[in-house]
Design a protein around this ligand. Structure first.
Ligand SMILES: Cc1ncc(C[n+]2csc(CCOP(=O)(O)OP(=O)(O)O)c2C)c(N)n1
Ligand SMILES: [Mg+2]
Length: 554
């Protein structure tokens, strides 16, 4: 950044310069009059930051989310106020639930009109209050002189403690106002020092345990090396369900999926839970956790949020901070306390093979398609999950080899996040293929963004598993409501013609083998998006392998 001398610039120019100074090289956006000055500043900075315009604000926000999840770096999106903000709302909610550092730049009506209810274009009553409920940190930019500092503060908050989205709001007339601006350098993240006493206590509890387990959530994604090392030292199986998948390579004998972890749960005497709410085993309808926790299990929590560890169950030890450095300290402290351990490799491999065979049988159609995807997707290729039958099965049965290569929505489990999120992931990671799986229901939420994929030459491959229904809803109505089917059947377009009409490559694959061949063709296209329609029937119910009964505690 050019020195600390004040320079004359507009608020919009100051914000864009500050984004660039923080390493942001793309803004996912949909323009409108309140933000015209911002887009003009983006025009002038085109050689340093790319502007990717979408067809709906949810597309812009989901793309920023996907880019963040795929890279681990903060990303930004820009939308007009009122309807623009609300259109982006579900994605912002998802970013919050997933602790994803996404910066929202949100326009606002003229500064003097705020709170007066005059009926300005796109006015939203108490917009700042609405935004504050959606993000971890929000600020209103009131003058060019404040812009650079406010960007730096938002960026620092997004990287400190529990990660999460931030928002900056700016009125139409303030974006274009000029004044002297002193560029603000990036601020250090304010993470706490590691508590060495707590690390020793954790090392003792884990070292003494006979059957420890490690549970990883999204907060462990950047601590893959440390988790792998600890797992070997403790001979501890590592569970990653959804957001924690890929932290330990699925090919590692100690990597376990949800039902196998459940099988081991009753005999587990210590658990190291890294960057997870430990809420993954909860049925949405039943508040109490079915697996159970009791005093015979020492719970060690590693979390960047000091409020998180005690939420579900009082932990034996809470280690507060970023997973990688905290686990590194634990690795150093563990040898002094660690028991001599027999290898659990053989036992785990047998159990894994048994579960793999069982799931392949019980969820046959889903697993056959997942096998086809895994066979073609390179090791570092990225799989983006959806709220669909093949998606649910993938959380249990899709092998994942590297961190940040299995993107699954957090506890929102929001239908329709997939396509646009995958588009952002593919835009930010052009070096690897990204595959988006969808149901016909979920795909249509953001299918309009096929136009964005074509316009910006983003080579995303999307699969639509097409059963002509909100299949999950239909099955619940069949099984639990006397087959009284309502609001579950869908009139779909011909997805091949639909994709082609946008200028995407499109084809129909009627079997796992045909899907495999189609994927091979798709992953070779590096400038054109692909849409693959896979006609399917009803699929077997996966939920009994996900909502598992209580095995300990009261
Ligand atoms: C935003 C949102 N709305 C509604 C739901 C409820 N829901 C969960 S699965 C589902 C049906 C999904 O249909 P489709 O995408 O075709 O997948 P399928 O179950 O048919 O494989 C619905 C409506 C949701 N999870 N998220
Ligand atoms: Mg469907």
């Amino acid at each position: 950044m050019a020195g600390k001398m004040p320079q004359q610039m507009t608020t919009a120019e100051a914000v864009v310069a500050s984004l660039v100074a923080h390493g942001v090289d793309a803004v996912y956006a949909l323009p409108g009059i309140q933000n015209d000055h911002l887009f003009d500043a983006l025009f002038k900075a085109q050689n340093r930051v790319r502007t990717i315009h979408t067809r709906h604000e949810q597309g812009a926000a989901y793309m920023a989310l996907g880019a963040t999840l795929a890279t681990g770096r903060p990303q930004a999106f820009a939308v007009v106020p009122g309807p623009g903000l609300l259109n982006a709302g579900a994605a912002l909610l998802t970013a919050y639930s997933m602790n994803a550092p996404v910066l929202a730049l949100i326009g606002e009506i003229p500064q003097q009109g705020i709170g007066r209810h005059l009926g300005h274009l796109h006015e939203l009553r108490d917009q700042a209050g609405v935004i504050a409920r959606l993000v971890d940190h929000a600020a209103h930019i009131g003058a060019p002189a404040d812009a650079s500092r406010l960007v730096a503060e938002a960026m620092a908050v997004m990287r400190t403690g529990r990660r999460g989205p931030a928002a900056l709001e700016c009125a139409i007339d303030i974006w274009g106002a000029s004044g002297p601006v002193t560029p603000h350098a990036p601020l250090p993240s304010g993470d706490p020092a590691i508590d060495e006493d707590a690390v020793r206590a954790a090392a003792k509890r884990l070292g003494e345990a006979k059957s420890p387990m490690i549970i990883c959530g999204g907060g462990a994604q950047d601590a893959s090396a440390e988790v792998t090392e600890l797992s070997a030292m403790l001979q501890a199986p590592v569970l990653g369900y959804r957001r924690g998948r890929g932290v330990l390579d699925s090919r590692d004998p100690l990597s376990v999926t949800l039902p196998l972890a459940h099988e081991l749960w009753a005999k587990t005497d210590a658990v190291l839970a890294v960057g997870t709410r430990m809420f993954m085993q909860q049925h949405p309808v039943f508040a109490a956790g079915p697996w159970g926790l009791d005093d015979d299990i020492a719970v060690i929590r590693v979390d960047s949020d000091p409020d998180e560890p005690a939420r579900i169950h009082p932990p034996a030890v809470a280690l507060i901070g970023d997973a990688a450095p905290v686990l590194r300290a634990l690795i150093d402290a563990l040898p002094a306390h660690n028991a001599k351990r027999r290898s659990r490799r053989g036992d785990m491999m047998l159990r894994q093979a048994a579960w793999s065979a069982r799931l392949s049988q019980a969820l046959k159609p889903q697993v056959a398609f997942l096998d086809a995807i895994r066979a073609e997707l390179p090791e570092d290729g990225i799989y983006v999950d959806e709220v669909t039958q093949v998606g649910f099965a993938s959380r249990l049965a899709f092998p994942v080899y590297k961190p940040r290569t299995f993107l699954s929505p957090g506890y929102q489990d929001n239908l329709g996040w997939g396509y646009a999120t995958a588009l952002g992931a593919q835009h930010a990671r052009r070096d690897v293929p990204v595959v988006s799986i969808n149901g016909d229901g979920g795909f249509m939420f953001t299918a309009n963004e096929l136009a964005t994929a074509v316009r910006h030459r983003i080579p995303l491959t999307a699969i639509v598993f097409n059963d002509g229904a909100f299949g999950n809803v239909r099955r619940i109505q069949e099984e639990m409501y006397g087959n009284r089917q309502i609001a579950a059947d869908l009139a779909d377009p011909d997805f091949v013609k639909f994709g082609e009409s946008f200028g995407a490559a499109a084809e129909r694959a009627k079997s796992p083998a045909a899907l495999r061949a189609a994927l091979r063709r798709a992953f070779k296209r590096r400038e054109t998006p692909t849409l693959i329609d896979v006609p399917v029937g009803a699929m077997p119910n996966p939920w009994k392998y996900i909502f598992l009964p209580r095995v300990r505690g009261s």
